[in-house]
Design a binder for this molecule. Structure first.
Ligand code: SAM
Length: 223
């Protein structure tokens, strides 16, 4: 029986690759990559030459069964995404679930993910938190925001830079203008910054600015 390794990769800073992640990528038979071109760049950097197969949101449903069969015949595989930990707002869950159901061992290595540094940077309570990933863009968004407004744990969301101001406006509307929020941008990269304030203060700060890069929004839980 082979084994599936879930291997986190850097979210911007190549120094965040762990020694174990490099070793596992060197040792497995196949690497499953969300985007083979992106992963090739990473592999070249670490001088890893390995069979690469595409595993992404457009083929994951179809691919799972045959991948599990190949794992069962003894091939070891590593799953990587473009950045961070696979299965966290990225493909991975379907394959991990199928492996668990078929008795194939799964091991997720600890490593980079955007949500953890954003929570810690926020300075909001981090003993308990609630990760929401990306909110639904249309259907169900309002209802979700209404529910989340009552959440007492620190909330973490992923958002695209183009929709950030809209999300902050919605937080002000649904959670109240005084709710404290942080926006962590470009974590681990050269232009990393964390902005802090109430949702309305952040709207004022950001509404006339062209916002670029990747964003994590952290919201203090309801008092
Ligand atoms: N699997 C990834 C993880 O473990 O964090 C998340 C992948 S998801 C498709 C991409 C989103 O993660 C981005 O839109 C952004 O919200 C967040 N993200 C990824 N890298 C980031 C970074 N360097 N700084 C801030 N947010 C980041």
């Amino acid at each position: 029986m082979g084994k599936l390794y879930v291997v986190p990769t850097p979210i911007g800073n190549l120094e965040d690759m762990t020694l174990r992640a490099i070793r596992v990528l060197k040792e497995v038979d196949v690497i499953l990559a969300e985007d083979t071109r992106t992963t090739s760049v990473l592999l070249r950097h670490y001088e890893i030459s390995k069979k690469l197969w595409a595993y992404h949101k457009f083929n994951e449903h179809k691919a799972v069964e045959s991948l599990v069969n190949q794992l069962q015949t003894g091939q070891d595989m590593a799953l990587v995404s473009d950045a961070g930990t696979p299965s966290i707002s990225d493909p991975g869950f379907l394959l991990v679930r199928a492996c668990v159901e078929s008795g194939v061992e799964v091991e997720c290595l600890p490593g980079p993910t955007a949500l953890i540094p954003a929570i810690v940077n926020s300075g909001f309570p981090s003993d308990k938190f609630c990760f929401e990933g990306f909110l639904p863009q249309k259907k169900g968004r309002q209802k979700r925001l209404q529910e989340l407004a009552l959440e007492e744990r620190t909330l973490v969301m992923y958002e695209s830079p183009f929709r950030l101001v809209k999300l902050l406006q919605e937080i002000a509307e649904y959670f109240g203008t005084e709710r404290q929020v942080t926006v962590s941008r470009e974590l681990t990269k050269f232009f990393e910054e964390t902005l802090r304030g109430t949702a309305s203060e952040l709207v004022e700060q950001l509404k006339d600015r062209t916002i670029k890069g990747e964003i994590v929004v952290v919201i203090r839980g309801k008092e």
